[in-house]
Design a protein around this ligand. Structure first.
Ligand code: NAD
Length: 348
């Protein structure tokens, strides 16, 4: 395997691996380890070029640094990408990836991400100890989605409290886009807390199940994006807050699990101008990474510890909202500022 360093300003280490035998072509980016080893998922994607893969891995690694800083996980930020078709996975590929991860000696710790699964990571784990988020039966932290969902619900309550003066969700109207692993758990929990919930998913069967079991109402995509709800909760893909959707939003709050909800940073400013409170995605959806980080504590994974740490998400959000008000900034920019302050304090 040929491992080559790619110098990138502002990043601690970026390396490329090419292994003709297994067909592995991958990049690992370590953005910042000031606060601890760099943890971030392993994505597999058929990127059109190495340049495209590099752009993606750099953006994602930096995002992990900020997310972990604000969530106080004691971790830094990193990410890895395998350039390839997820339909063409092989054992040899993931074994080679395991050796690549191991070559960084624990400065980068990997986890599941888009198009990689626990069975893939179990193969990676045969070559390196630096893998998290494996099965609970293996002493690992397991599926992060319920923990992410728990944090999102706490975050929605914090936003409701901020806007309406009480965090009580009884009778509050929430519109959810995407009811997969995270969104479905959020929907159920909101219903238990007495909220009225509308949901849309391109997999309509997923909404139908929630309708039958918990009374969630079916809605079109346009309805969830434009309805007069208290909260809009994006739990599908990124980029949902953009020039087309923001002018039509009629909610008071945007708070959901999806990563990279703002298409561009300026869309956070647009939300602020429209007086819509936005819970920065990486702050409200940190439950999963918090849960994984507990696995790395001395003594190993403990669920109570994970919940205790996730319970601090509302505090982090209020800190961001206070900073945004004080600085006259969007909440998204305030979250980045808070992350940079925490990193600066860590450096000194
Ligand atoms: P998932 O794939 O289980 O669920 C996503 C759901 O959104 C699916 O039901 C899918 O059908 C639906 N969907 C996708 N595109 C859609 C569209 N254009 N219109 C309507 N529905 C659409 O994923 P998940 O694990 O629930 O994650 C949801 C989001 O939260 C993602 O953005 C993910 O990156 C983010 N996130 C997840 C976690 C976690 O712990 N799983 C942690 C942090 C962030």
């Amino acid at each position: 395997m040929e491992i080559t360093e790619i110098p990138v300003e502002g990043y601690e280490k970026v390396v490329r691996a090419k292994d003709p035998e297994s067909g592995l072509h991958a990049i690992i980016a370590i953005h910042d380890t000031t606060l601890g080893p760099a943890l971030g998922g392993m994505r597999m994607w058929p990127y059109a070029s190495e340049e495209e893969a590099l752009t993606d891995v750099l953006r994602l690694a930096k995002g992990m640094t900020y997310k972990s800083a604000v969530a106080h996980t004691g971790l830094g930020g990193g990410k890895s990408v395998i350039i390839g078709d997820p339909n063409e996975k092989s054992e040899a590929l993931f074994l080679a990836m395991g050796r690549f991860v191991d070559s960084l000696g624990g400065r980068y710790i990997t986890a599941e991400d888009v198009n990689t699964t626990i069975p893939d990571l179990q193969i990676v784990h045969r070559e390196t100890a630096h893998v998290t988020g494996l099965a609970r039966s293996e002493g690992s932290s397991g599926n992060p989605s319920p923990y992410t969902a728990h944090g999102v619900v706490l975050g929605i309550e914090a936003c409701v409290e901020r806007v309406f003066g009480s965090k009580d969700l009884k009778g509050r109207k929430v519109a959810i886009l995407g009811v997969g692993a995270v969104g479905s758990v959020v929907a159920r929990s909101l219903r238990t807390k007495g909220a009225e919930v509308w949901a849309h998913d391109m997999r309509e069967d997923r909404v139908v199940v929630l309708h039958e079991e918990t009374g969630v109402r079916l809605a079109s995509e346009e309805e969830v994006l434009t309805m007069d709800a208290d909260v809009f909760t994006p739990c599908a893909l990124g980029g949902v807050l953009n020039d087309e959707t923001i002018p039509n939003l009629r909610c008071r709050i945007v708070a959901g699990a999806a990563n990279n909800q703002l298409l561009e940073d300026r869309h956070g400013d647009m939300l602020r101008e429209r007086n819509i409170l936005y819970a920065p995605d990486y702050v409200i959806n940190a439950g999963g990474i918090i849960n994984v980080a507990v696995e790395l504590l001395p003594g190993g994974y403990r669920e109570e510890e994970s919940y205790a740490r996730i319970d601090r998400i509302p505090k982090a959000l209020h800190e961001v909202f206070d900073l945004a008000e004080e600085q006259g900034l969007s909440t998204a920019r305030a979250a980045d500022m808070l992350a940079e302050r925490i990193l600066a304090a860590g450096r000194s």
